[in-house]
Design a binder for this molecule. Structure first.
Ligand code: C5P
Length: 235
């Protein structure tokens, strides 16, 4: 089944501190986006990767793709992103040629996801799940609070959900293409992942095992961890 990946990479990455757009920051001298592209193209099932670049950064991202060695087995496209992650993903979907029936959406901010995780997601979609997420059990206990709205202010705790039923969800998330396109046409709420839009359509979403190395690079400490993972891989 022809399988494509959309990589939203149009975010500024403000939580990482000042500097270039997050996807263009380097790990071990290579931009995060290139790591993410290689991670997707490492799967033999993936034949197209669509990169959604910052609207003013399409030319820069295109020349970046030319500058780094990428697997020849896959095709690569670059399109401009939008104001929200959702809008960026939608623009990536709009750019997909018709033959792709399975679509993965993968954050450039998860550059180190192992190919086993990518393949597990694709396999579950092939077996008939309309939407698949890689997920891990939580190490921390999670509490629901009444947000203070002011950073640093104490917040009243409202509830403690049973941790054994909670999962931290990663990317790539995998979809039957028609389902994901319909979700993006139908759901207008602000969401933080694509699978939740499919949930809102009332369709089943399944979780497969995620991987610790698929963590999201969000804050400065995550850069330290990412560099350490790469150093260990090179041993
Ligand atoms: O902000 P967050 O870490 O949730 O962003 C997740 C992914 O969505 C990142 O890869 C980021 O580049 C992308 N994004 C985007 N367009 C936006 C905002 C975020 O492609 N307008």
């Amino acid at each position: 089944v022809p399988t494509a990946v959309v990589i939203p990479a149009a975010g500024r990455g403000v939580r990482l501190g000042p500097g270039a757009p997050k996807a263009l920051r380097t790990l071990h001298g290579t931009p995060m986006l290139i790591h993410a592209l290689r991670a997707m193209a490492a799967s033999r099932a993936v034949s197209l990767v669509v990169v959604v670049a910052p609207p003013d950064g399409v030319a820069e991202v295109k020349s970046l793709l030319d500058a780094y060695a990428l697997p020849e087995r896959s095709d690569f496209l670059v399109v401009p992103g939008g104001d929200s992650r959702q809008e960026s993903v939608r623009r990536g979907l709009d750019a997909l040629p018709p033959q792709y029936e399975i679509v993965l959406v993968h954050d450039a901010a998860r550059p180190l996801v192992p190919v086993e995780t990518v393949d597990a997601v694709i396999e579950a979609v092939r077996e008939g799940a309309p939407a698949v997420v890689p997920a891990l059990p939580l190490a921390d206990t999670v509490k629901e609070v009444e947000p203070a709205g002011v950073p640093g202010e104490p917040e009243p705790v409202l509830a403690t959900p049973d941790r054994s039923r909670l999962r931290a969800v990663q990317t790539p998330q995998g979809f039957d293409r028609a389902t994901l396109v319909r979700a993006h046409e139908t759901v207008t709420d602000n969401v933080t992942d694509d699978a939740s839009m499919v949930e809102q359509l009332g369709l089943p979403v399944v979780a497969v095992p995620g991987h610790a190395e698929a963590f999201k690079v969000t804050r400065p400490l995550d850069l330290v961890l990412a560099e350490a993972v790469l150093a260990r891989r090179r041993l």
